[in-house]
Design a protein around this ligand. Structure first.
Ligand code: ADP
Length: 359
């Protein structure tokens, strides 16, 4: 086990002007499950590959424990990586796939067999050890790929979108299994995904990246409750937080004719801006007698939850709004409802800097 630290780690691909990863500072604790999340192209895989030694670090450094591994080749880093496509050898049995790296390391046959058997037991793969990968389901192949990493007993696991080849239902099951397994093995893990739900459900902490820059790192709920900027606010949470530009007025911020009450001291932080950006999660709205008038476009009824999608009346761009409402409320398409936000749940951001102004 070991800590992992990125210290100003930067990667500029040859021929590119802008860094793919720009001065990344990130400390990962011993045994921690850290998720790197962000939209496609934000630099997640490059960060992971720098840690793996598969990508050059142009500036800054990377530590595993107290070892500066910045210039170490991959095999000297004591890490094991699980790739998106699993990269299993088709002509080898499951057991041989799992034991291959150990064989390369020159580990004696008995020791190899023991480690493979232990990992197979842990992963429920015992009955498949003699099969070839093509005779396995997608979920079983995924577990073999995990097994291959586990048998190596590394200091750090690196996982790059390991669930992306599974169907939706299996993905949900497998993410719980991986999180549970990681917890049991207690090995420091860096996990890359573009899926914010995966990040929220699996990570002990989550690092959100955009355009090669770290935006925020916090626990899932820390990110959800106190996003540092408009990007994190909009990226984490599903359906997404409503982000509404509202005109600063006496005692609040105005969306169309409706004023959301906001403390004067908070509005004062907006500097010279004439507007603030309000962040209101769907569940922070409720249907009330007074509130923001919204014309219902669609009600998404999920049984356990229901979401109302509509456009706020009297706003310039027919501001789109999403609210979680009680199920079976029977609001109809075209109806006018009044949505009131819970004042303590309204996030306030600077419109110009996009940074959080609320406490
Ligand atoms: P993510 O994993 O978040 O989708 P990547 O780390 O793969 O993002 O890519 C970050 C940026 O670096 C993107 O703009 C991508 O186009 C660029 N990039 C990735 N790999 C290479 C490469 N081998 N050569 C040049 N540019 C690359």
């Amino acid at each position: 086990m070991a800590t992992v630290s990125f210290k100003g780690a930067t990667r500029v691909y040859p021929g590119s002007e802008t860094p793919a990863v720009d001065r990344l500072d990130l400390d990962i604790a011993d045994g921690e499950f850290m998720v790197l999340v962000g939209p496609s192209g934000c630099g997640k895989s490059t960060s992971l590959r720098m840690l793996a030694g598969l990508e050059e670090v142009n500036e800054g450094s990377i530590y595993i424990g107290d070892r500066d591994v910045t210039n170490f080749p991959p095999k000297e880093r004591d890490i094991a990586m699980v790739f998106q496509n699993y990269a299993l050898y088709p002509h080898m049995s499951v057991a041989d796939n799992m034991g291959f790296a150990l064989k390369m390391q020159g580990l004696p046959k008995d020791e190899r067999a023991k480690r493979v058997a232990d990992a197979a037991k842990l992963l429920g793969l015992e009955e498949f050890l003699d099969r070839k990968p093509k005779a396995l389901s997608g979920g079983q192949r995924q577990r073999v790929a995990m097994g291959r990493a586990i048998v190596r007993d590394p200091q750090v696991f690196l996982m790059d979108e390991p669930l992306s080849n599974l169907d939706a239902k299996l993905r949900v099951q497998t993410r719980t299994q991986i999180a549970e397994l990681q917890h049991r093995l207690d090995v420091t893990t860096v996990y890359v995904t573009h899926d914010q739900i995966e990040a929220m459900t699996m990570g002990e902490r989550v690092a959100v990246l955009k355009d090669g820059r770290l935006q925020q790192v916090d626990t899932p709920l820390g990110l959800y409750d106190r996003p540092k900027n408009v990007f994190v606010a909009g990226f984490m949470g599903s359906p997404a937080m409503n982000l509404i530009e509202a005109e600063i007025t006496d005692g609040g911020a105005k969306i169309g004719d409706y004023v959301v009450p906001i403390e004067r001291s908070l509005l004062a932080k907006a500097g010279g801006d004439k507007t603030v950006t309000l962040g209101i999660r769907p569940e922070a709205f409720h249907i009330a007698d007074e509130g923001l008038p919204v014309r219902v476009a669609v009600i998404e009824e999920l049984g356990s939850d229901a979401f109302l999608y509509g456009a706020a009346e009297h706003t310039t761009l027919n501001q789109q709004v999403i609210a979680r409402i009680g199920t079976r409320t029977h609001s109809e398409k075209g109806a006018l409802v009044y949505l009131a936000p819970q004042p303590e749940k309204v996030h306030v951001f600077s419109t110009s800097s996009e940074k959080r102004l609320s406490a």
